[in-house]
Design a protein around this ligand. Sequence first.
Ligand code: GCU
Length: 419
Amino acid sequence: MQFNTLLCFSFFLATLPLLAQKRPLPDPLVFTNGKRVTTAKQWQSQRRPELLEFFANEMYGHSPDKPSAMRFEVFDTDANALGGKATRKQVAVYFDGKSNGPRMDVLLYIPNQVKGPVPAIVGLNFWGNQSINADPGIRISTSWMESGRGNPYVDVSCVVNHRSTEACRGINAQQWPVDSILNRGYALVTAYREDIASDEKSTMFTTGVHPLYPNLQNRGDNFGTVAAWAWGLSRIMDYVQTDNRIDAKRVAVFGWSRLGKAALWAGAIDERFAMVISHESGAGGAKLFHRGVGENIRRLCTVFPHWYAGNFRNYMDQDTLLPFDQHLVISLVAPRPIYVASAEEDKNSDPEGEFEGAKAASVVYQFLGTTGLPASQMPPLNQSVQGQIGYHIRPGGHDVTNYDWQHYLRFMDKHFKKK
Ligand code: GCU
């Protein structure tokens, strides 16, 4: 008997490390002090702020307020752009109001066939505004440009000394189906990531808006680059609210990959975004770290040390043991619609982890009286599920395809064109 007890006990001890390797996902509807959220009001006024503060401290860093001196200068308006289909506008956003200070160029295409304010998609681009369409009217980016990402998405041979040239027009057009977006009655609003913050280890925090906020640097909860991009998206929203051709109450924030991580955080903190589309955002985006699959926190913090705040490094090698996870960030968007999508071969992003993240956030959507994600199992390839949360996985690799857009536009129709 005694021997058996001893045996059981040693077996228990032997399994402890295994048990310890996974910690259950935290319930979004339970406060840090263990109490349960019981009303929608409590979620909104207490739990949501608690989570926002947690993620600002531990992962994304703190962002500054809207700069009081910021000003907009509409430097281009063409009512007859893209063969008459659209009105093109370009707006310089001077973050600190100074003409020689950091500037973000915002490009807008507004469909001409629709009268009155239209819903819009706001998203950052990877290779400059001129990359999204061959339209000769787009101002060529003057910001630093990466010249070799060794990738299939763009031919960057047009980049000379890390600057774009005329030949860089439309190099990334296949990921931005401007025509389809306009035909469906949506405006497209975009800006270049580097105008806001450097995405390079060697120049991180030294260009764009970071030098304006020295007090938010060199601290554990520093204003990271993903947070800066999200902040830039909010500044675009500040402009959109002043433009009477756009219905600022129907704006979806979109982003792919690292910019999908930023779109998610932007939608989480800024409730003016009525919808979030976080496309293949992977680690630090929609995927759950707890599964321990795909890119991990160590890789994020070492290969891209500027993306998240310094405090996030404390969680390296703790992926499966985290006291938090990304479903909590997704739930901060609730009850506003969010779409998460994956690609089968995009193993780095862990498609199943992205699905599981969306699914785990669904309890908050349901708690707030919406449908959440209408799927308990990962749907098969090429099948979009759409409730208040949408999800699909398509064949192929890390990319933005027409298939993806087709479902994003359908999701937007569903939520933005309700009778
Ligand atoms: C890398 C990185 C991802 C990121 C991607 C991208 O692959 O590991 O986290 O999403 O770049 O932004 O293209």
